[in-house]
Design a protein around this ligand. Structure first.
Ligand code: GAL
Length: 673
């Protein structure tokens, strides 16, 4: 059995992507000296090195990598070794130009960037298997080897290819999924617009069409492309397991970025030995630490609650957004420790030394262009010391207080064209509900809609357009058995083939919510729907309204005007031992807070300590104890009450009754007992 933590690592992982091939070997000596100074415990090596390892077809040069791994080992740095298969060399493409991916409009990409790969291409698969085999044979027993890093961020930047190899592969995939072409016709509803097929050989990928193509075909192509990338991961993983037994294999995820919406991480989480994730702050004016917390919670959930590892984030600014602000003093540590609080057994970066050339030279790094007499470097060294003092946190687990249902397949389906309103963005609803829960200091687990929900007092469904009958039965049983459910609009509409469920909306949620919806009535941009609460209070929703007909549910808030005037905006249904809430419009922060306030009461979740919303409190628990992480994102000092005495690990101070967390600082208390 492969291990599920990096082999030989006894402390938290701290380090980054290390690309020393960009520098003369003389710099390597300085690198390892600085790594020791900063307390680096692990680096990721060789992710993009195929062109150096195999400079021409069949000619290999492992000498530099031998020297590098030896040097790292002599300096006590563990190695996460890349298989380099995300960056095939130019000779490979000159021999196999058809391995370059093709867009839906039929344009073939060129060599000269990275990750330009058609994952159906047999020559790519063979070449990837070859370099992986050679790396595994050579380094399986190297004492520095801690973990294998397959490829890099599958699905980014190319999520699907539409070439002829993919066409043939897709037809085989359809045949094994559906058996007969008539089953495909049925699932895709090809009776519509005369799209009926009589042979698998007639079916193509959803290439560019004059107007909207078949949505079920597009949805299946997402599934096919995801499965195809996973086949290639599994192929490399199995080679590594066979030749390098015991060493864990990972590939770095990007769970919460909409750029990587092409990968079903629930499925990928089951294939890797360790879940690893990359996270970058999206600076769109919102609170970046909330998005970070969400990504970390989602990653932990994909890992089934087990410890995971943050394999990449940034020390300061990145370089691929329109505007890339630097991080404020202390922000890097808050970010790194925020991930650790939510289950990461370490904090790694892209990258160790900032590049002077190439596309990412303006991306921050652990060793910046300015060298070691810089704030970034001083903060890196400080973070290394902090992580060292948190070593015993390793292996402990963060547990969620509530669950949010999340399904990439639903997201894929909902983002297809021609929906009632393009202003309804499922990701926006997930963010908004997450933020409302975060502001109540509740730790969120994400759960697949068919997962066991019984341990959660509260389950929130922010946007689940695609929902199977099984998922409907799951949430219904959850409520009958005493759970509290909150469902937001346009959920439970279609089945796994994007076909609208039989009967009135919302098919599999009708019983649990105690209502039907006769019609959707999206609002125009800027239009508001006034809604009136039980005590006469008023709120507004936007984007969406519905003609909801209660069938057992009580109406709590009502539309006060507009087409849906008099219809329920928010309902509550008692079923069995539990309660299900439904909201049919897009509530702002105030409305969501009110709604969740009631739901939290129904769920009998004890109110959390009275703290400013930006003082983040998360716990990790395990054999070595319980750790309370308090992260102060505000500009004022905060006092956090403690339920037990303990030791603050970053300062070594004893703590009783409460702990002071200075503005912008992090404190981690190991509770006694
Ligand atoms: C990641 C990628 C790294 C680097 C980084 C920059 O997505 O894995 O190689 O490009 O972004 O932010």
């Amino acid at each position: 059995m492969p291990e599920t933590t990096p082999t030989g690592l006894t402390r938290l992982a701290f380090g980054g992507d290390y690309n020393p091939e960009q520098w003369p070997e003389s710099v390597w000596q300085e690198d390892v000296r600085l790594m020791r100074e900063a307390g680096v415990t692990m680096v990721s090596v060789g992710i993009f090195s195929w062109a150096l390892l195999e400079p021409t077809h069949g000619v290999y040069d492992f000498g530099w990598l031998d020297r590098l791994l030896d040097l790292l080992h002599e300096n006590g740095v563990r190695v996460d070794l890349g298989t380099s298969t995300v960056a095939p060399p130019v000779w490979f493409y000159r021999e196999h130009p058809e391995a370059l991916p093709v867009t839906p409009a039929g344009v073939r990409y060129e060599f000269g960037s990275r990750a330009a790969i058609c994952h159906s291409n047999a020559d790519y698969r063979a070449a990837a298997a070859d370099i992986t085999t050679r790396l595994a044979e050579r380094y399986a027993d190297h004492p520095a080897l801690a973990m294998w890093h397959v490829h890099n961020e599958y699905g980014v930047p190319v999520s699907a290819c539409y070439c002829d190899s993919c066409t043939a592969h897709f037809r085989r995939w359809l045949e094994s999924t559906y058996g007969t072409v008539d089953s495909v016709n049925e699932a895709w509803g090809t009776a519509f617009w005369g799209q009926r097929y009589t042979d698998f050989e007639q079916i193509n990928p959803p290439r560019a069409t004059p107007t909207v193509g078949n949505p079920a075909q597009a949805l299946d192509y997402k599934r096919f492309a995801d499965a195809t990338m996973r086949e290639n991961f599994v192929m490399e993983r199995d080679i590594l397991h066979r030749l390098s037994p015991g060493i864990p294999v990972t590939t770095n995820f990007m769970t919460a970025l909409s750029q990587c919406d092409s990968v079903d991480y629930w499925a990928w989480g089951r294939e890797v030995d360790i879940v690893t994730n990359d996270h970058y702050l999206i600076t769109d004016g919102r609170r970046t630490h909330v998005n970070l917390a969400m990504a970390a919670d989602l990653t932990r959930s994909v890992a089934g609650g087990a410890p995971w590892l943050l394999l990449e984030h940034s020390t300061s600014g990145i370089n691929w957004q329109a505007r890339n602000p630097a991080k404020a003093p202390g922000q890097m540590a808050r970010n790194s420790l925020g991930h650790v609080a939510r289950g990461s057994d370490g904090a790694m970066f892209f990258q160790w030394r900032q590049s002077r050339r190439g596309a990412e030279k303006f991306h921050s790094a652990m060793v910046p262009h300015g060298g070691t007499d810089t704030r970034v470097w001083r903060e890196v060294v400080e973070l290394g010391a902090s992580l060292d003092s948190l070593s015993t946190v390793r292996g402990t687990r963060t547990q969620g207080d509530v669950a949010v249902l999340w399904d990439w397949h639903s997201w894929w389906a909902q983002n297809l064209a021609w929906r009632p309103s393009e202003d309804h963005d499922p990701r926006e609803r997930a963010d908004a509900f997450y933020e409302a829960l975060y502001d109540r200091h509740l730790t969120v687990d994400f759960a697949h809609p068919e997962a066991d929900l019984s341990r959660y007092p509260l389950v929130v469904v922010p946007a689940l357009y695609l929902m199977t009958e099984a998922a409907g039965r799951n949430v219904t049983a959850y409520v009958e058995n005493g759970g509290t459910l909150v469902v937001s609009f346009f959920s439970g509409i279609v089945d796994e083939h994007d076909a609208v469920h039989e009967g009135a909306y919302p098919g599999p949620l009708r019983d649990v919510l105690g209502l039907t919806i006769e019609e959707f009535s999206p609002l125009l941009q800027g239009q508001l729907a006034r809604i009136t609460g039980p005590d006469g209070s008023e709120l507004a929703g936007d984007v969406w309204t519905e003609f909801v007909v209660p069938r057992g549910a009580e109406t709590v808030w009502t539309y006060a005007d507009g087409l849906t005037a008099g219809h329920p905006a928010v309902t509550r249904n008692r079923l069995g031992e539990g309660t299900a809430w439904y909201v049919s419009t897009r509530l702002g922060a105030e409305g969501l807070d009110a709604l969740l306030g009631w739901a939290v009461e129904d769920a009998r979740i004890a109110p959390h300590v009275d703290l400013p919303r930006d003082v983040e409190l998360v716990r990790r628990t395990g054999e070595s104890g319980t750790y309370l992480f308090a992260i102060n994102h505000t500009a004022s000092d905060a006092k956090v009450p403690l339920e037990a005495h303990g030791t603050e690990l970053l300062t070594g101070e004893r703590a009783a009754g409460r702990i002071e967390v200075p503005a912008g600082a992090v404190r981690v208390v190991r509770l006694d007992g």
